[in-house]
Unconditional design. Structure first.
Length: 124
């Protein structure tokens, strides 16, 4: 069975090899998922730019995977809602019940999970 490719936006992307967002980028790319990256510092992951500002040109995003804690998420709320992804994955340490409810009320699926585990177990 052929997997469905899911265009994914990583929020909290990093060029630091120790960061889970870095590892997720390479696992997503290895599974052929198209990836966008938004982080706190500009950089490159292979041929993908890490942007520090919201991008209006990104569309058809299936999944957003969060790698930033609740205290840093608020400035992204409206932006993520305007992107209208199908789902947002709250990786360990990023859980945010208030924001998750707001997303669900807007018809966006939320999942408290680990992107790396989902990929490793073919549940992504």
């Amino acid at each position: 069975m052929k997997q469905t490719l899911k265009t994914t936006l990583i929020i909290g992307a990093s060029t630091n090899e120790e960061r889970y967002s870095y590892k997720a980028f390479y696992k997503l790319r290895a599974a052929d998922h198209p990836v966008y990256a938004l982080g706190f510092r500009e950089g490159m992951l292979e041929d993908t730019s890490i942007y520090t500002e919201h991008q209006d040109s990104w569309n058809d995003i299936d999944t957003i995977t969060l790698y930033l804690g609740p205290a840093r998420q608020e400035s992204y709320y409206d932006y993520l809602l305007t992107l209208k992804p199908k789902r947002i994955i709250f990786n360990p340490g990023t859980e945010n019940e208030g924001f998750e409810k707001r997303l669900r009320d807007a018809g966006i699926e939320t999942e408290q999970s680990c992107t790396l585990v989902l990929l490793a177990t073919n549940q992504y």
